[in-house]
Design a protein around this ligand. Structure first.
Ligand code: TYD
Ligand code: MG
Length: 477
């Protein structure tokens, strides 16, 4: 037998080199390369010779015994993110930081499906069976007929799963703990993770079972080690949350069978994860008084409108170079909005520190947030609070023009539903009624008009702001 060639594999990106190096050429990580036994199977596969395959017509394809319909868990927020349920034979990677609630979510999904009579297998490589059972009991799901196993050998798992009825869903918690005989490196290495994932994906594709792989994510947001797994699976779903807050956001990063812009919102409670049916209420802070620097953005996440609060703080700087800090929004987008405000609305922000955050730990990537961000910045700079009854949306162009955005009607409807009575929006957004609640949309065509309106002295009782400037409420638009 030919001598097995050893390779050196980077543990952070999976790049293979013939010799050891201190720094990976591919991803630049230091000290990430370790020696790794080559894959035993490769030589054998090459020796086997080529075999003729069969080519099918597109319409002819149908899996022998797999159901062709998507499998819905009944957990609405989860089904929304997968694009309306799991596709039979697909493999999903669920990533998230340790402790975020991945195991909890999956045991709840497993129980829901098992209670509907599907064969569901939950394989834990991290927790003992008793721990999994204890958690299920705490969640009130102990009666669900979910099959449990504590196992880490992929060959054993596949052999066990191949017995009996084809499972509808198999959960592997987590892929980092799995190992396969096919590769000769120690468990937890990139090669092992990749080899194990390959074997499980093959199982899913041949049997038609849905396989969910749990992957831990490091603090910098990468699915630890197995970035290499991301392109092998059909969908990558990340489970995120903010430290200290109880809500969790499920987001599709990649989805071969559905959209990637939908989010699912959950709340971690004593009884497990519960769905949040009205996420807008979660991301809005209840303010008694109007505060300068706060604007409510009528946004969209996928097909669902979502209202979020944008907070800005603009203060004179004591540094040579003013600070610009952004949480939950794009730094270059802020730089653009600031530049437009300076160029087209005459604002002087060069001597001011600017801080901008999206409340509630949400990440906003829509250009439609420009107008709301601009309103928050102008409001903070001028000390003039915006009306607590108004929402903002619209894309700001480099010329200062406010451009229309998609789904204006849905945004207005959501705002009306939550009790907002005014909206500052691009031209074309229709005022309307939703369930008896009326909302008045005022079109704002240029950023200069927005600034003039916010800074305009208003009628009504003036209030003193903390910085000594006079502060007044803006009563609608
Ligand atoms: P877990 O699902 O074990 O996280 P992961 O698998 O992503 O590592 O969730 C662990 C956290 O969830 C833990 O901090 C406790 C909390 N939790 C609750 O608040 N309520 C519950 O009912 C359960 C089961 C967990
Ligand atoms: Mg877990």
């Amino acid at each position: 037998m030919a001598k097995l060639k050893t390779n050196f594999v980077c543990q952070s990106c999976g790049n293979v080199t013939p010799k050891w190096q201190g720094r990976c050429e591919a991803c630049g990580a230091w000290n990430s390369i370790i020696e790794d036994g080559g894959a035993a199977g490769i030589g054998a596969q090459q020796a086997r010779g080529a075999k003729k395959g069969r080519i099918f017509a597109l319409g002819e394809l149908a899996h022998a015994d797999a159901p062709q319909t998507r499998l819905e868990t009944g957990i609405g927020e989860l089904d929304r993110v997968t694009g309306g349920g799991f596709v039979p034979g697909s493999v999903l990677l669920l990533g998230g930081e340790p402790g975020i609630g991945k195991s909890t979510l999956l045991i709840q999904a497993c129980a829901a499906l098992a209670l509907r009579g599907e064969r569901v297998v939950y394989i834990s490589g991290e927790e003992a069976m008793d721990q999994v059972r204890l958690r299920a009991t705490r969640l009130g799901l102990a009666a669900a007929p979910v099959e449990l196993a504590a196992e880490t050998g992929v060959e054993d798992i596949v052999a066990t799963l191949s017995q009996g009825k084809r499972p509808a869903l198999v959960v592997i918690d987590s892929i980092q703990t799995m190992w396969t005989d096919a590769v000769e490196s120690s468990p937890g290495t990139v090669t092992q993770v990749r080899g194990s994932a390959q074997a499980l994906i093959r199982f899913a594709k041949t049997s038609g079972a849905i396989v969910i792989l749990v992957g831990h994510v490091t603090k910098d947001g990468q699915i630890a080690g197995p970035r290499v797994v991301e392109h092998m699976v059909d969908a990558v779903i990340s489970f995120e949350g903010e430290g200290g807050r109880d809500f969790r956001i499920l987001r599709a990063v990649k989805n071969r069978f559905g959209p990637t812009d939908e989010i699912g919102v959950f709340e971690m409670t004593g009884g497990g994860l519960s769905e949040v049916a009205n996420p807008s209420a979660l991301f809005l802070t209840a303010h008694e008084d109007a505060t300068p620097g706060v604007a409510v953005f009528a946004g969209m996440e996928g097909t669902r409108p979502l209202l979020v609060e944008i907070q800005a703080l603009v203060a004179p700087t004591s540094l040579g170079t003013p600070r610009r800090a952004v949480v939950g929004w794009d730094t270059s987008r802020l730089a653009m909005v600031v530049a437009v405000l300076e160029a087209h609305a005459g604002l002087k922000l060069g001597q001011h520190d600017i801080y901008l955050t999206i409340a509630g730990g949400l990440r906003v990537s829509e250009p439609a947030a420009d107008l709301a961000a601009a309103a928050a910045l102008v409001s903070s700079l001028s000390g003039q609070a915006l009306s607590t009854n108004a929402v903002y949306f619209g894309e700001v162009g480099l010329s200062g023009a406010v451009r229309p955005v998609a789904h204006a009607a849905a945004r207005l409807k959501e705002a009306a539903k939550l009790g907002f009575t005014a909206a500052v929006a691009p031209r074309g957004a229709q005022s309307g009624e939703s369930g008896g609640e009326a909302i008045t949309a005022t079109s704002c065509e240029h950023i200069g008009a927005l600034v003039a309106e916010i800074a305009r002295p208003k009628d009504g009782a003036p209030a003193k702001a903390a910085n000594g400037k006079s502060k007044q409420h803006v009563d609608g638009w």
